[in-house]
Design a protein around this ligand. Structure first.
Ligand code: URC
Length: 296
């Protein structure tokens, strides 16, 4: 019997990088938050302090910046694949890598009806995301988005739920449904036009949210994942995390006014949290290692 070292990984978290393409006067920018984690033969580091296989996290950070200069960043999935393959291909004892990238969106500032060449505005907190896992010579891509805030002002009901002595919630045939979408979808392979696929999956999920007459956020979740997967054979599963941003009808009785679903109190907490995986029944689950630390 003894104490051993379990699964582990290490790297540099949240390398913030803004890259300006100045090839012509109409600049383009990429604004990224990049995290790298390396896995492999790291027992020595943990058990005896032997750093022979520990490529410093500082070097990992420098590699991110250098790669942004050496070749165009491209889609975040491509950049993450390049970085991950580099670490696994060149660092002694490193057999796996996980690269996480969040991309912040910038839009050109309209000036006289057209977008300005080198001035940008960020009007949303929404991020495009990817998590690339390199395992030896295998590569796996899970992409998605975070903080896409959506709201339906009608077309949402919630009733038919069990009631007990603690229940106070009234059934409703017409309520506001609002959420901040976090979605992650797992690609079956890496031979994908990642930019096109992202735009289409995002648009398809939004359309499903809008057009589903919702009897619960759970039903909207399934319809959003299903619609994306029906259009995208390259996707094996979609994981969704949907906080139910409750909007409570304000009782305007105090001043003798009727409230016909017009005035709401937007609560920030607590919130329902509706989460689920929509998947193909003929495709195996991804190993947990593609989502976080192996075996965690
Ligand atoms: O769409 C909903 N799903 C729930 O599970 C739930 N629970 C709740 O109180 N309100 C709602 N709304």
């Amino acid at each position: 019997m003894g104490i051993v070292m379990g699964p582990n990984q290490y790297g540099k978290a949240e390398v913030r990088i803004v890259s300006v393409n100045r090839d012509n006067p109409r600049h383009t920018i990429k604004d990224l938050n990049v995290s790298s984690s390396l896995r492999g033969d790291l027992d020595g580091a943990h058990l005896t302090g032997d750093n022979g296989n520990v490529l410093p996290t500082d070097t990992q950070k420098n590699t991110v910046y250098a790669f942004a200069k050496e070749a165009p960043i491209g889609e975040i999935e491509e950049f993450a694949l390049r970085l991950g393959r580099h670490f696994v291909g060149t660092a002694d004892g490193i057999t796996g890598a996980r690269i996480l990238i969040d991309e912040y969106s910038w839009e050109r500032i309209p000036v006289g009806g057209t977008g300005h060449d080198h001035s940008f505005a960020r009007s949303t907190d929404e991020k495009r995301t990817t998590a690339v896992t390199i395992d030896g010579d295998q590569a796996h891509v899970v992409s998605g988005l975070k903080d896409l805030i959506v709201l339906k002002s009608t077309g949402s009901e919630f009733w038919g739920y069990p009631k007990d002595k603690y229940t106070t919630l009234s059934e409703t045939n017409d309520r506001i449904l609002a959420t901040a979408v976090t979605a992650r979808w797992r690609y079956l392979h890496t031979d994908v036009d990642f930019g096109k696929s992202f735009e289409s999956i995002r648009a398809t999920m939004l359309e499903a949210f809008a057009t589903t007459h919702s009897l619960a956020l759970q039903q909207s979740l399934y319809e959003m994942g299903k619609a994306a997967m029906e259009k995208h054979p390259e996707v094996a599963e979609v994981r969704l995390s949907l906080p139910n941003k409750h909007h409570f009808l304000v009782d305007l009785e105090y001043c003798g006014l009727e409230n016909n679903n017009e005035v709401f109190f937007a609560a920030d907490r607590p919130y329902g949290l509706i989460e689920g995986v929509v998947k193909r029944d003929d495709v195996d689950e991804a190993p947990q290692a593609w989502y976080s630390l192996p075996q965690f």
